[in-house]
Write a protein that binds this ligand. Structure first.
Ligand SMILES: Cc1ncc(COP(=O)(O)O)c(C=O)c1O
Length: 289
């Protein structure tokens, strides 16, 4: 059964039986981190990269990781198997833990780890990838540590809601006219054959998909500028696409909001989609053998 088993500390248990403490700092302060890993053909994709980022996020927030990474990975795999996920996603969360409510945290508290896995239809992703998505340009109102994959996602969820209200699947955020990233994705533009994306600073999450796309660009000798770009450059781009674990490489066909534009799905975007798929195939076949 879908999502029947969940991860709680180092146990895989029946869903519905997790004791949730009201003074878990994850609830009180959003004091915790998470990762979303995609599962293709029952295998987690870019597993090492996601766990590396998990460790980095934990370090930046002084969160104590309660067990070693191989154990974490093993539990994640078990969660996928127990829930019979063939194509889908696995979500792993770690909060700082439970303590009487106080802004001040103590170091090395007992973290609380939870997770779930569920199936995702690859058809709906494929549809967005072949048709493209509409996006809504809005102000980036988030804090200045967007490099941490923290549970604090209010700015992101508000941007996503705003985008949906304008019939858009994703928001594209900007700080004073400089495009940062989507509400749950990174943004790339193509101009005269060159890719441009915001550098991996504190202002964006350095997406795993973004990093894979940058590696593909290197292999294909496609010029890349990891430089910030303006909303005017976004408007004048030849092609625009977003990247994320759950959306892979998805073309943008429409920009709404403060700037309006219509884009064609161009050859650079389709080339990256194709090569990203090849990476997925490579990873599932390597893991099988
Ligand atoms: C704010 C933000 N940026 C970028 C991404 C893309 O990251 P990844 O490719 O690792 O999924 C995400 C994914 O959820 C995100 O939430």
């Amino acid at each position: 059964m879908e999502n029947s088993y969940v991860l709680y500390h180092d146990q895989i248990i029946k869903n519905g039986s997790i004791p949730v403490d009201v003074e878990d700092r994850g609830y009180l302060f959003g004091d915790g981190i998470y990762e979303v890993v995609f599962v293709y053909d029952s295998k987690p994709f870019a597993f090492d990269e996601h766990f590396d980022r998990f460790v980095q996020s934990a370090k930046k927030l002084e969160l104590a990781i309660p067990y070693d990474i191989p154990t974490f990975k093993h539990l994640t795999e078990e969660l996928i198997t127990k829930n019979n996920v063939v194509n889908g996603m696995v979500y792993i969360q770690m909060t700082r833990g439970v303590a009487p409510r106080n802004h001040l945290y103590e170091r090395n508290m007992q973290s609380v780890v939870t997770g779930f896995a569920k199936s995702v239809s690859l058809d709906s992703i494929a549809q967005s990838q072949s048709k493209g998505i509409q996006t809504y340009l809005t102000k980036d109102i988030r804090w200045l540590r967007c490099d941490i994959k923290s549970l604090n996602l209010l700015g992101n969820v508000m941007a996503k809601r705003e985008a949906a209200d304008f019939d858009c699947q994703e928001a594209i955020q900007h700080r004073d006219g400089v495009v940062t990233e989507g509400s749950s994705s990174n943004v790339f533009i193509v101009k005269d054959g060159t890719l441009k994306t915001h550098p991996a600073t504190n202002l964006i999450l350095n997406g795993i998909t973004r990093q894979i796309v940058l590696k593909i660009a290197e292999q294909l000798h496609v010029p890349v500028l990891e430089e910030s770009f303006t909303v005017d450059e976004l408007k004048e781009a030849d092609e625009v696409f977003i990247t994320s674990t759950t959306m892979e490489v998805t073309p943008v066909v429409k920009l709404k909001g403060e700037q309006e534009q219509t884009y064609k799905i161009g050859p650079v975007t389709t080339e990256f989609q194709k090569h990203f798929k090849k990476q997925i195939e490579k990873s599932t076949s390597t893991l099988k053998s």
